[in-house]
Design a protein around this ligand. Structure first.
Ligand code: B12
Length: 216
């Protein structure tokens, strides 16, 4: 995929995001959408890249928590602009429940993942951040999804992911479990060999390959 996000576009979005200028950010995103940008390009090369940069600025004390919070909030709101494109996909009779494990508050990445399911015609039931295990189990029991996606950004939450996978595996033996998120940069991939039918996707390409496999 050749990206439609030039350095100029990226710099302009990042500047508006840091300034907390929601109007300018939306205008830019609307313009890209009317130019038929691929949703994956928008998500990865504009939103994700900007948020990773903001993470670095925050880590090195170059911006305040307030600026980071506002940038996150604006970026989350930008996803709403994409909904007309997402929901125009032809519906398949498939569904995924996507959640952040307990104590995991980073929600943007998992919401994007849920959107990728919608883009592929699936129902993406997105539960958001910090999902208590008991409620997750009840929800999975109600919806009976084809895939359960679990997101984790913070490495110290890995034990919560393991606990979740252990219980889900026991309660729903045949359920396809997908795990992902930045925490895996620091380790933890052995979860896919420790439990049966647990899969890791490193990016949208892996994710969409797994989605297609589950459609057959
Ligand atoms: C915004 C933010 C927050 C916000 C989140 C608000 C919200 N509503 O989401 C708040 C303020 C809550 C927060 C808190 C903390 N944060 Co923070 N945060 C960030 C920041 C700046 C951006 C996160 C983001 O949106 N990224 C963009 C998304 C699109 O990327 P992504 O999450 O990686 O998702 C992609 C993939 O990973 C993957 N993916 C994600 N989930 C899933 C799930 C599945 C199933 C699949 C297949 C794929 C997948 O697909 C996505 C698209 O490509 C990051 C910086 C960064 N590098 O991301 C730090 C960062 C993640 N935070 C960090 C830290 C340390 C913290 C805190 C511990 C800080 C503190 N001392 O309190 C707390 C922990 C809170 C908690 N318990 O969860 C560190 C983590 C380092 C580490 N070693 O784990 C980072 C990397 C910042 C840094 N550079 O130090 N944070």
């Amino acid at each position: 995929m050749v990206s439609k996000i030039s350095e100029e576009i990226f710099t302009s979005f990042q500047k508006d995001l840091l300034a907390g200028d929601r109007r300018q950010c939306s205008m830019l995103v609307e313009k890209l959408l009317s130019g038929k940008i691929d949703v994956r390009d928008l998500y990865l090369n504009l939103f994700q890249r900007a948020m990773y940069n903001i993470g670095r600025l925050w880590e090195y004390n170059k911006i305040s928590v307030a600026v980071e919070h506002l940038a996150t909030s604006i970026t989350l709101q930008m996803l709403n602009l994409v909904y007309p494109v997402l929901f125009s996909a032809e519906k398949k009779n498939k569904s995924a429940v996507i959640a952040c494990v307990a104590n995991e508050y980073h929600q943007l990445g998992s919401q994007m993942v849920s959107d990728i399911f919608e883009l592929n015609g699936w129902n993406g039931y997105y539960l958001g951040s910090n999902t208590p295990l008991d409620d997750l189990l009840k929800y999975v029991d109600t919806k009976k999804p084809d895939i359960l996606g679990l997101s984790i950004a913070i490495y110290f939450n890995m034990q919560n992911l393991w606990k979740t996978v252990e219980v889900v595996r026991r309660e729903f033996p045949g359920l396809f479990i997908l795990v992902g998120g930045q925490a895996f940069l620091w380790g933890g991939r052995e979860i896919t060999t420790e439990f049966s039918d647990v899969h890791y996707a490193a990016g949208f390409e892996d994710l969409e390959n797994l989605i297609r496999q589950q459609e057959n």
